[in-house]
Design a protein around this ligand. Structure first.
Ligand SMILES: [Zn+2]
Length: 83
C-alpha cells in the first residue's frame, strides 16, 4: 500500500500507518482532496490536518480486549507521543 500524496510505502510496522477515527478521516480526506477509500501516510495526514496526530484522533478497535489498533500503537511508540 502506498500513500496517494507522496507515494511513499505505508508500512504499519514502521509507524507510517495510522487508523483515524472515521469522522476525522472524512474531514482529513476532504481537506487533502482525496477519497475516503484512498490511503495516506502519517506524514501527509499531519500535513492535511496542519498539526501532529495524537492518540485521541485514533479509531477505537472493534475487537474485544484490544485497547488500541496495533499500527496506531506502533506509530505512538515510534513517535513517542501520547496525548
Ligand atoms: Zn504521504
Amino acid at each position: 500500500m502506498n500513500c496517494i500524496k507522496c507515494s511513499k510505502s505505508i508500512d504499519p510496522y514502521k509507524g507510517s500507518m495510522v487508523m483515524l477515527d472515521d469522522a476525522l478521516w472524512v474531514i482529513v480526506a476532504r481537506n487533502a482532496g482525496i477519497k475516503k477509500s484512498d490511503s495516506m501516510c502519517a506524514d501527509c495526514i499531519e500535513l492535511a490536518m496542519g498539526r501532529k496526530i495524537k492518540e485521541s484522533d485514533f479509531m477505537s478497535p472493534q475487537i474485544r480486549h484490544v485497547k488500541i489498533i496495533p499500527c496506531n500503537s506502533i506509530f505512538l511508540d515510534k513517535r513517542k507521543v501520547r496525548s
